[in-house]
Design a protein around this ligand. Structure first.
Ligand code: AMP
Length: 300
């Protein structure tokens, strides 16, 4: 497996499958890379699997969050090699955003509508999706993948990137991969390693809140039920909301009227901000990480 530092080196790998990440990789990322491998091997010609590892400054709202984001490139490269990647692309910031070249940062109506649904990520992290779109578009332009794999763990990002890629002349097909969870249901995340042991235990309440929301088939009751689970653990959510899985707009009717709906949550546990989501209703924590990866739903 190669480690690439320069965009020009991607030229030889175009037409492959890209897995964009910010590094500090874990088993959730490994599952995405393995899915990319299967996709790249499915046709007549074996295509390349590229994992980008780039902590993207334009998508962070807080400088401290960007600075303390874990950086573990050697371990990341080993994980990618094991999972079947052909190359890790780990550029410096200047390679993605060359000095003197204006950075395309979509704003307002330039962003896919899903990025601007009130009450979700955009309300709490203004400008975050502009940064996500900027880096993804740049990576797509540089690597020219035919497909790109994203995790359902970041459901809103998946919906936004899918819409953006569809609007690009040669944008890749976006493949969503189910969330990989720890034994107690906590969605795997690079940020989990920043939790204290006490906060790590409490963080499992996010998945339990999604499970509780899944027991109700009226959105308001689901949201109240999920919140109760969090508040019992002294976690105040930034949001816990049942939404349309594609548009991310609020739901009005009961569960049966909203196929593909999701329940989405964001909360700080200690000083670590965590997000999660699940199909709604009916989500159940499967107490085996491998099983929960297989049991996810289709992407929007
Ligand atoms: P990140 O490095 O956190 O930006 O994530 C890179 C990609 O991995 C994104 O598409 C995430 O949605 C995905 N991802 C992160 N955690 C998980 C997980 N627990 N299960 C599945 N995909 C994940």
């Amino acid at each position: 497996m190669q480690i690439l530092r320069h965009a020009i080196e991607l030229e030889a790998l175009k037409g492959g499958v890209l897995v964009p990440t910010m590094g500090a990789l874990h088993a959730g990322h490994a599952a995405l890379v393995a899915a990319a491998r299967r996709c790249a091997d499915a046709g007549e010609r074996r295509r390349a699997v590229i994992v980008s590892v780039f902590v993207n400054p334009t998508q962070f709202n807080e400088k401290t969050d960007f600075e303390r984001y874990p950086r573990t490139l050697d371990a990341d490269a080993a994980l990618c090699a094991d999972a079947g990647a052909d190359a890790v692309f780990a550029p410096e910031v200047e390679e993605i955003y060359p000095p003197g070249r204006p950075v395309w940062m979509p704003a307002g109506a330039e962003l896919p509508p899903a990025a601007r649904e009130p009450g979700l990520e955009d309300a709490h992290r203004p400008g975050h999706f502009a940064g996500v779109c900027a880096v993804c578009r740049r990576l797509f332009e540089l690597a020219r993948p035919r497909e790109a794999v994203f995790g359902e763990k970041d459901w809103q990002q998946l919906a936004v990137v899918r819409a953006m890629a569809a609007s690009m002349p040669e944008g890749p097909r976006i493949i969503g991969h189910p969330t990989v969870r720890e034994e107690d249901g906590l969605a795997m995340s690079s940020r989990n390693r920043l939790l204290t042991p006490n906060h790590r235990r409490r963080a499992a309440a996010l998945a339990r809140a999604l499970e509780e929301a899944g027991r109700h088939d009226v959105p308001e009751e689901a949201e109240q039920g999920g919140r109760r689970v969090l508040l019992a653990m002294r976690i105040v959510p930034e949001y816990l909301a049942v939404r349309d899985g594609s548009t991310l707009a609020p739901l009005t009717g009961k569960a049966g009227a909203a196929p593909g709906a999701r329940v989405l949550v964001a909360a700080r546990v200690g000083d670590v901000r965590l997000i999660d989501n699940a199909p709604w209703p009916g989500f159940r924590i499967e107490h085996s990480p491998a099983a929960s990866a297989r049991a996810g739903s289709a992407a929007p």
